[in-house]
Design a protein around this ligand. Structure first.
Ligand code: CDT
Length: 308
């Protein structure tokens, strides 16, 4: 057995006016609870330190940059690293990263049990728009504030297994899991901020959004024989509702833990990474089953729509 006792630390809403210090205090409370339940790894949401700021239209770059972290750890987040090291707990969380040479990414990190950063992922699939459009009932401006990630989908040897990360919209793309699956990933951790209503499809309410969340995570897990730990920032941020539904899924695609609230809530599950072995052997028997000669369209820019 290779047990990773994972804690999915769902977070309730963070209002625009809330400080990073107040948010980190909540994250520390979740971390202490995770320690009480013997967690090896705690996973927090996408952009965990602030409200989901890409819903706000900003033109002043200084105002935009105030939502970003120039260093990690920094003064606001150092308590997380110190507490995680004291607890001997690995952690993953998302934040807006501003690099020293001026690049903006939607980033997640993974630390080891001594709170050393061992992995960094930068969100590849950025949803939403680059420009404000008054016709939309609400804005989602990730394309305005972030560049697409430049690190691909790496995996890391950690906690006795192979771990990978992705962020929110990435979970809807089969390629995300596949690229990690082909590297032998055994646990994918991800955070999300998903509005309860699809601004481009008004009849798609929270129940359908929750269904698609489960569907994409369960499919990604089963089809690649990996655990997936998907963690929401949920609830209403300044009147903008987001789904909860954080979940831990096993390599057979079964939900083994699921959030019941839209608040700060911890889900803990002992994941035996050896449970990934059967599926990997039968599904990922590379030599016998893969037919790469038929997969070329996946890497083509244009795709192909069958003519009428
Ligand atoms: N944060 C994020 O990626 N959210 C998207 C919804 C975007 S709606 C334009 C998601 O896939 O959940």
């Amino acid at each position: 057995m290779r047990i990773v006792n994972v804690a999915a630390a769902q977070m309730g809403p963070i209002q625009k006016a809330e400080t990073r210090q107040a948010v980190v205090a909540r994250m520390l409370a979740l971390m202490d609870e995770a320690k009480g339940r013997d967690a090896d790894l705690i996973v927090y949401p996408e952009l965990a330190l602030t409200t989901f700021f890409p819903r706000w239209f900003m033109t002043d770059q200084a105002e935009v940059d105030a939502w970003f972290e120039r260093d990690m750890p920094n003064a606001a987040t150092r308590p997380l690293f110190e507490r995680a090291a004291r607890h001997g707990m690995a952690m993953s969380f998302g934040y807006a990263e501003l690099t020293s040479d001026g690049h903006h990414f939607n980033t997640a990190i993974l630390t080891d049990k001594r709170a050393r950063i061992i992995g960094k992922y930068r969100k590849v699939h950025l949803p939403g728009h680059a420009e404000f459009d008054p016709k939309r009932s609400f804005q989602h401006l990730e394309k305005r504030y972030f560049e697409p990630g430049d690190l691909g989908f790496p995996v890391w040897r950690a906690l006795g297994g192979v771990l990978g990360m992705c962020i929110c919209n990435d979970r809807r793309w089969p390629e995300t899991y596949r690229v990690m699956g082909l590297q032998g990933v055994e646990m994918v951790v991800l955070g999300y901020n998903t509005p309860s209503v699809n601004s481009q499809k008004k009849d798609e309410g929270a129940q359908k959004r929750l269904f698609h969340n489960r569907l994409s995570v369960q499919a990604g897990a089963y089809q690649n024989s990996t655990f997936v730990v998907a963690v929401a920032k949920a609830g209403s941020e300044d009147g903008h509702p987001m789904i909860g539904g954080s979940l831990i899924v096993d390599p057979e695609g079964e939900i083994v833990a699921q959030a019941k609230t839209e608040d700060d809530e911890l889900l803990v599950h002992a994941c035996d990474l050896d449970d990934t072995a059967f599926g990997k052997k039968t599904i990922f028997d590379f030599a016998r089953h893969r037919r790469i000669e038929h997969y070329g369209l996946i890497t083509s820019q244009t795709g192909a729509i069958a003519p009428d």
